[in-house]
Write a protein that binds this ligand. Structure first.
Ligand code: SAH
Length: 264
C-alpha cells in the first residue's frame, strides 16, 4: 500500500508531490519545495502560483494550468484529482504546485486522500501560508504581547448553500487577531457579523492584496469602514483580511516604505 512519504525521501517516478509555493515571492519558497520543483516532469498549478515561481520550473517540464476563479471553476476539483492520478500512472514525477501551504485552505488534504485511495505515493511539502507571509511583508505581527494572544485563520468562502456559517461569537475577543482568506466577496457579511458579535467598530483592519509580490498593496482602515474601502479602492482577490489591534502596531511613518497606506 502506498503512503505519505517521509519528507526526506527521494522523489520517485509515478509519485505526486503536493508542494506549497508560498504567497508569491520566490525567496519565500522552502529549499525543500525548490528541490521538488527542480525535479518535476509535470507541474500542475493554479492561479495563486506566481509567475516568478513558475520561472523556476525546469524548461523541459510540462505545465498544466488548473486555475480557478471564484465561483467559476476552470477545472473542477474531481478533474484535478483525476489529472494527478493519470499523470502519476504515466510514470512521471508530478508536482502539484499550490499557493501558500497545501494544507491551509488549499484542498491538499482532499488531493492526498484521492491519491492514496488510488494507491499513489505522495509527498507533502509545506509552504509559507498567506496569513504568515503577507502580514510580515505588511508590518503586522499576528500576535503581540498584551495586544493579541491568539490568532484565527478563517475562510470567507461561502458554502454550497450560499451561507457563511461561522462561529462568530468565538471571534469577538478584542485580543484575538482574525485573518480571513477568500473574504473579499463576503466582506459585508463578515463585518456585519463581527460587529454583531461584539467587536468594536473602530477595531483596526487591513487588507493585503497580492502580498509579497511586486504589486503588493496594503490598505488600512477600521472594521466599520472596511466594506467602503474595498468598494472605493476596487480591491480584488487574492487579498487577505486582517482584523485586530495588531494592525496598528507600527505607525504610518514606520511603514511608508513597505506599501501604500490608505487614509484612515
Ligand atoms: N493555501 C493558501 C490559501 C489558498 S486560499 C495559503 O496557504 O496561503 C486563497 C486565498 O489565500 C486568497 O483568496 C487570499 O485570501 C489568500 N492569499 C493567498 N496568497 C495571497 C497573497 N499573495 N496575497 C494576499 N492573499 C493571498
Amino acid at each position: 500500500m502506498e503512503t505519505i512519504k517521509p519528507n526526506k525521501q527521494p522523489f520517485v517516478h509515478g509519485e505526486v508531490a503536493l508542494v506549497g509555493s508560498g504567497p508569491g515571492d520566490p525567496e519565500l519558497l522552502t529549499i525543500q519545495a525548490y528541490r521538488f520543483i527542480k525535479q518535476a516532469e509535470v507541474v500542475i498549478y493554479d492561479r495563486l502560483v506566481s509567475e516568478a515561481i513558475m520561472d523556476l520550473v525546469p524548461e523541459h517540464c510540462e505545465r498544466v494550468y488548473v486555475g480557478k476563479k471564484q465561483a467559476e471553476h476552470r477545472v473542477p476539483q474531481e478533474g484535478i484529482n483525476q489529472l494527478l492520478v493519470d499523470y502519476a500512472h504515466s510514470g512521471k514525477k508530478v508536482v502539484r504546485l499550490k499557493g501558500g501551504d497545501p494544507f491551509v485552505f488549499g484542498r491538499g488534504g482532499e488531493e492526498a486522500q484521492f491519491l492514496l485511495a488510488n494507491n499513489i505515493a505522495c509527498h507533502i511539502v509545506p509552504g509559507m501560508t498567506a496569513a504568515s507571509a503577507c502580514t510580515s511583508y505588511a508590518g503586522i505581527p499576528l500576535t503581540h504581547r498584551q495586544v493579541a494572544q491568539s490568532c484565527t485563520f478563517i475562510t470567507g468562502n461561502v458554502q454550497d448553500n450560499g451561507a457563511l456559517d461561522l462561529p462568530w461569537h468565538t471571534l469577538s475577543d478584542s485580543k484575538q487577531t482574525v485573518v480571513f482568506y477568500m473574504g473579499i466577496k463576503s466582506l459585508p457579511t463578515i463585518t456585519e457579523q463581527l460587529l454583531k458579535a461584539g467587536r468594536t467598530a473602530s477595531t483596526p483592519a487591513a487588507i493585503i492584496h497580492k502580498g509579497s509580490q511586486p504589486d503588493q498593496k496594503v490598505y488600512r482602515s477600521t472594521l466599520e469602514k472596511l466594506v467602503e474601502l474595498v468598494i472605493k479602492e476596487n480591491i480584488k482577490p487574492p487579498s487577505l483580511i486582517v482584523i485586530g489591534d495588531v494592525v496598528n502596531t507600527f505607525d504610518e511613518d514606520h511603514l511608508k516604505h513597505i506599501g501604500y497606506v490608505s487614509p484612515k
